[in-house]
Design a protein around this ligand. Structure first.
Ligand SMILES: [Zn+2]
Ligand SMILES: [Zn+2]
Ligand SMILES: [Zn+2]
Ligand SMILES: [Zn+2]
Ligand SMILES: [Zn+2]
Length: 268
């Protein structure tokens, strides 16, 4: 929403008004069609629409840009009355300086900063309120270091107060160490569960390895038995071969002899 036109002094260029709320632009943005709107007004509009509200040209959030610098300057120069005018502030400031003025305006409402004090008053009255506020505090004049309500300084007992403070601290410490103990126990439990899981996993892997080794040993035994049998077969074959060769040699000799005899008989 923009700034109410009635707050401004003098006339305002039509181009500095929001196309949606018709007030003076606040946090202005402009569309490619050069229409300008307050940021909150156009964001609210684009939730349901995808067009410029003024000329119905297509428009999306990411097409919005800051307004031209000369417009920005014109806006900043506009003078308007303080938002606390009805409370009595007579100030007229430029739009550029408005937020700075209103943040410190004596007619603006503030809460008393003292804890537990619910008084709300104009900023210009705060100083005198603080002097009499029932909830104002001060550091103990007797030197215990505690902050004491001004109204209770007379009844304040340093020793009793310090003892209460000490009790508070002690119970807080006990609570904190219980918390730490509990947290430590939780962490240990989770680590233990993790370890148990790891160990059973390793046990399974070892069992599997053992099984594989047994399998291999069995294969090796089979292979060496086969090897032995093959050696014996070879030896036997070698022997048979030798015997055959000898038989062959004997036959050859007999044959030679027979041939010689035949030749001799033929010669005769
Ligand atoms: Zn607007
Ligand atoms: Zn437009
Ligand atoms: Zn003011
Ligand atoms: Zn107060
Ligand atoms: Zn004290």
């Amino acid at each position: 929403m923009g700034y109410d036109v009635d707050r401004f002094v003098g006339s305002i260029n039509e181009g500095l008004l929001c196309c949606i709320c018709r007030d003076v632009l606040e946090d202005p943005l402009q569309a490619p069609c050069e229409h300008a709107y307050c940021a909150t007004c156009i964001h609210g509009w684009l939730v349901h629409e995808e067009i410029c509200p003024e000329d119905r040209q297509p428009l999306t959030q990411d097409q919005l840009r800051p307004i031209f610098r000369y417009m920005r300057n014109d806006l900043n120069q506009l003078r308007l009355r303080c938002v606390n005018r009805d409370a009595g502030c007579e100030e007229q400031v430029s739009l550029e300086n408005l937020s700075r003025h209103e943040a410190g305006c004596g007619y603006g409402k503030v809460h008393c900063p003292n804890a537990h004090c619910r008084v709300e008053l104009e900023r210009r009255g705060l100083e005198s309120h603080l002097l009499v506020c029932e909830h104002r505090t001060r550091v103990c004049p007797l030197g215990c270091g505690l902050t004491v309500l001004n109204s209770e300084v007379d009844s304040h007992n340093c020793v009793a107060e310090l003892r209460t403070e000490l009790e508070l601290l002690r119970s807080e410490m006990i609570g904190r160490s219980e918390d730490q103990k509990h947290e430590m126990k939780l962490r240990l439990d989770s680590q233990r569960t993790h370890m148990v899981h790891k160990i059973s996993e390793m046990q399974q892997q070892m069992d599997e390895l053992k099984r594989q080794v047994e399998h291999l040993q069995h294969d090796v035994r089979l292979l060496s038995a086969l090897e032995r049998k093959r050696g014996q077969d070879m030896e036997r074959l070698e022997l048979e071969k030798k015997e055959l060769l000898e038989v062959l040699k004997a036959l050859k000799e007999e044959h030679e002899l027979a041939k010689a005899n035949t030749c001799r008989i033929t010669a005769l």
